[in-house]
Design a protein around this ligand. Structure first.
Ligand SMILES: Cc1ncc(COP(=O)(O)O)c(C=O)c1O
Length: 382
């Protein structure tokens, strides 16, 4: 289908950009000598993940058991569920393992570790668990020097659970924007995770996998000694937040929302779009960064960014396109906006946060360089 025939709003994937992003990350990981395990929560789309695996990815990372179930059903069997497991979810994890899925669970506390051990014992299942390490204080995990690390390791190891490794995610990288700061955090992430693995091994607890990663640190890291694999998710599409972090150009962003101009408020210098926050998501991640992109960066249908314009406001199904706040007097351009953006004109809007925007849609329209599109399904729910 041609872009002109797609109902709006719609989520578009620029296949050429996506393939370039996949090749860039996989090429880096190959050069650094580590395995790459993409986080599929960004896309929740088997077509995208097939392209990542074809490029060399080994296994996937998921953020929900629904993703694990859906990707296992689609033929992927090496899966890291990278959110600390709660006991109520163990029956679903067990069902996956019984079907042959090499599902690895994550814990970061003694209670969860004991629950996995008890449940495994009760059901005669040897679960594999990775211990989450906190290397930057931004979210969950056990810091490398905490006694709890060895306590959790022992609860697992002594009770018949396989300790598969340690994993960390330096998500505070999203708050940085210089190559030096990113490289320093990437090294902190690497060193902290390697140190946690070493402490476990020194205590007699096997720890084969050392897994690190976020898109910014994966692209900034200089060396990965002691690391066995890297995880990254949003790199496959990139977005405006990543652009502000400094790891991609606007021209690398592979996800956009196709929208139609539906009206004007000429005195205010606004064009009204049929893509509001229901399409773009409420994510305003760039509002805390050096360049605030509002609800998104408008582009022409061919992908060329419309410099100086922004989606400055959003209601549920209405977006407001205007000149950027920085340019000042919007009223002076009132005539221009109606002429430049006539009713019926279609635009592509780059998102702040690709994971959040993608989640608004049940499917993507994957667009080839020739401008033809096919539908790629996307999973939803938990
Ligand atoms: C545990 C874990 N690993 C990896 C990632 C991938 O990070 P990014 O999307 O920055 O590549 C995430 C993202 O939230 C995560 O939570």
């Amino acid at each position: 289908m041609k872009l002109d025939h797609i109902d709006t709003p719609a989520a578009l994937i620029d296949i050429a950009r996506m393939q370039k992003n996949i090749a860039r990350m996989q090429g880096r990981m190959n050069a650094l000598g580590v395995a790459f395990r993409p986080h599929v929560k960004t896309t929740k789309c088997i077509d995208v993940v097939r392209a990542q695996i074809a490029a060399g990815a080994r296994g996937i990372t998921v953020s929900t058991l629904k993703e694990a179930e859906a990707f296992f059903a689609a033929g992927v069997d090496d899966i890291l569920y990278a959110v600390s497991i709660v006991p109520a979810k163990l029956p679903r994890a067990l069902a996956l393992r019984r079907q042959g899925c090499d599902l690895k669970l994550v814990v970061d506390n003694p209670t969860a570790a004991a629950a996995v051990a008890a449940f495994g014992d009760q059901h005669g299942e040897t679960f594999e668990v990775w211990i989450e390490v906190d290397t930057d204080g931004h979210r969950s995990g056990i810091t490398p020097e905490q006694d709890t690390l060895l306590e959790v390791g022992r609860i697992l190891h002594d009770n018949g659970v396989t300790v598969g490794g340690v994993m960390t995610h330096a998500g505070s990288s999203y708050e940085l924007h210089t190559p030096q700061a990113l490289a320093a955090l990437a090294e902190q992430e690497r060193a902290g995770c390697v140190r946690a693995a070493q402490r476990l091994r020194d205590a007699g607890i096997p720890c084969p996998a050392v897994s690190v990663g976020s898109t910014p640190t994966a692209l900034a890291v200089g060396q990965l000694e002691g690391v066995t694999e890297v995880r990254a998710g949003v790199y496959v599409f990139f977005d405006l937040v990543m652009h502000n972090v400094g790891v991609c150009a606007l021209e690398d962003i592979a996800l956009s929302v196709l929208a139609t101009v539906i009206g004007h408020q000429a005195d205010k210098g606004w064009a009204i779009l049929d893509a509001g926050w229901m399409a773009m998501s409420r994510d305003r991640g760039t509002s805390r960064q050096s360049h605030d992109f509002g609800y998104g960066q408008p582009c022409l249908l061919n992908g060329t960014p419309l410099a100086g314009y922004v989606v400055s406001g959003a209601n549920q199904e209405h977006g407001i396109l205007s000149l950027t706040w920085a340019t000042g007097d919007e009223g002076g351009h009132a005539d221009d906006i109606a002429q430049r953006f006539p009713i019926g004109m279609k635009l592509r809007i780059l998102p702040n946060h690709a994971c959040a925007t993608g989640a608004q849609f049940p499917e993507y329209h994957a667009v080839s360089p020739e401008g033809n599109s096919v539908e790629w399904r996307r999973f939803q729910g938990w």
